[in-house]
Design a protein around this ligand. Structure first.
Ligand SMILES: [Zn+2]
Length: 456
């Protein structure tokens, strides 16, 4: 572990102290000459002090330790992007550097709302770096607020959740994989989440395969054996509402952050390292936002027929037609859709895409997804996706393979050439001439190419 990660872990531990005291969980440490000299956590409620943010508490303590109100050799590590008050205090103290974890879209003064650190008219400049252990820092905050909402509602009655009977998944062609379940994922307690976990646990690389709408991990069945037989671990979750994962009935429960948070928490729960993100469709809309907040875990990207959900460009006519079709067909014939889109499938393979959905009540997640694609810059997920696009453009250091199903009318070549320009070091794509939107159904060759790109 790098020193910076150790210091951020100390800040996270301080944030937990705040949560225990019922304060918003933000923690900070000040490091001087390689040593943590002061720790602070949020305490404005307990102290009746609007200035008692974690950073302020830590800076006050550090100044006492050093006997100086200026701290030019010191660095601050804080779990949340500083607000304007704390950024101001950092500049007053002449700190050398600030490293923060989660971004704060509502009050961040290091770029999210304003950027005081980039203000050339201010006489001192402090270096700033964001996103270190960002996902872990953000989860702490999300869990805190989720628990508060639950308490406020005095535990609303459990909403209806459906579980597809196992019998519907018996003997699906080409899908011999053992199921794995988590029923107590942080923030998702009460929902059973399914994932495939093939290949050796101690493999050097983990291929994390994310499906989209209206498919499930079945879509990766042609690629998984190629990767696992080469000695790699392959983890392929089913999104909530899909495959063998549980399916809340209420469409309102399915939001961008609901799905994204599940994937982030799953990566942390399984403690996946050396991850190659494999994504298509919603697997990409969601998955592409993960690496920037846990960059230490991701080393590769296999990106197929997807996009950044940035909400800052008009949605294509092809997508609008798809959304319209989806909304007019609340009981979409999913198997039939696959038979049309992938003419080489056997009838039994196409029918396997119907397996998760005994009837229309199971399809809330299917119905909801096209309506979650941001069509405006302020829609949930759009700002996050813009940050992800900028991160992949400027900071991505891993290897990339792009594979494009050339016959996809929605997320085909024109969209993918734009995506390619947003990914640092993206080589010319592997074109799959016969491949449609569900390009994994032509995936054996893609998996073999992936072995060449990532395998050694
Ligand atoms: Zn503050």
């Amino acid at each position: 572990m790098s020193d910076a990660v150790l210091y951020m872990r100390a800040a996270l531990a301080a944030a937990e102290r705040a949560a225990e005291a019922g304060e918003v969980p933000v923690g900070a440490v000040v490091v001087h000459a390689g040593r943590v000299i002061a720790t602070g956590w949020n305490r404005p409620v307990g102290d009746c002090d609007p200035s008692a943010h974690a950073e302020m508490v830590a800076l006050r303590a550090a100044a006492q330790v050093l006997g100086n109100y200026r701290l030019p050799e010191a660095e601050l590590f804080v779990t949340l992007e500083p607000c304007s008050m704390c950024a101001g205090a950092v500049l007053q103290a002449r700190l050398k550097k600030v490293t923060f974890g989660a971004h704060d879209a509502k009050a961040g003064a290091a770029g999210s709302v304003v950027d005081l650190f980039a203000e050339a008219r201010i006489n001192h400049q402090t270096q700033v770096e964001g996103g270190l252990l960002g996902e872990e820092c953000a989860i702490l905050l999300r869990d805190f607020f989720a628990a508060r909402r639950t308490q406020a509602k005095e535990r609303a009655p459990m909403q209806d959740v459906l579980r597809t009977p196992d019998a519907r998944f018996a003997d699906l062609p080409g899908y011999p994989f053992a199921p794995h379940y988590i029923g107590d994922l942080k923030g998702y307690q009460g929902l059973r989440i399914h994932y495939l976990d093939e290949g050796p646990r101690e493999a050097r690389l983990v291929f994390l395969c994310l499906h989209g709408q209206p498919s499930w991990s079945y879509l990766y069945r042609r690629m998984i054996p190629v990767l696992a037989d080469a000695g790699h671990r392959v983890v392929a979750p089913d999104l909530i509402g899909f495959g063998k994962s549980d399916k809340p009935v209420d469409e309102a429960r399915y939001t961008f952050m609901f799905h994204r948070g599940m994937l982030a928490n799953l990566v942390l729960r399984l403690d996946l390292q050396n991850v190659v993100l494999v994504c298509q469709d919603w697997g990409g809309l969601l998955g592409l936002t993960l690496p920037m907040d846990m960059p230490e875990r991701f080393c590769g990207l296999l990106v197929m027929n997807t996009d950044f959900a940035t909400g800052d460009a008009p949605l294509s006519p092809g997508f609008l037609a798809w959304r319209d079709f989806n909304n007019k067909n609340p009981d979409m014939a999913v198997g039939r859709l696959f038979a049309r889109a992938c003419p080489h499938l056997s009838a039994a393979e196409a029918a396997a895409y119907d397996a998760p959905f005994p009837d229309a009540t199971y399809k809330a997640g299917v119905r909801r997804f096209p309506n979650l694609v941001p069509d405006h810059p302020d829609v949930e997920g759009a700002a996050l996706s813009r940050r992800a696009r900028a991160w992949f453009t400027d900071q991505w250091q891993g290897r990339t393979l792009m594979a494009v199903g050339m016959r996809d009318p929605v997320l085909g070549p024109p969209v993918m050439s734009k995506v390619a320009k947003s990914i640092r070091g993206c080589p010319p794509p592997m074109e799959v001439p016969d491949g449609g939107h569900f390009v994994q159904e032509w995936g054996e060759d893609i998996a073999r190419r992936a072995l060449q790109v990532f395998g050694n």
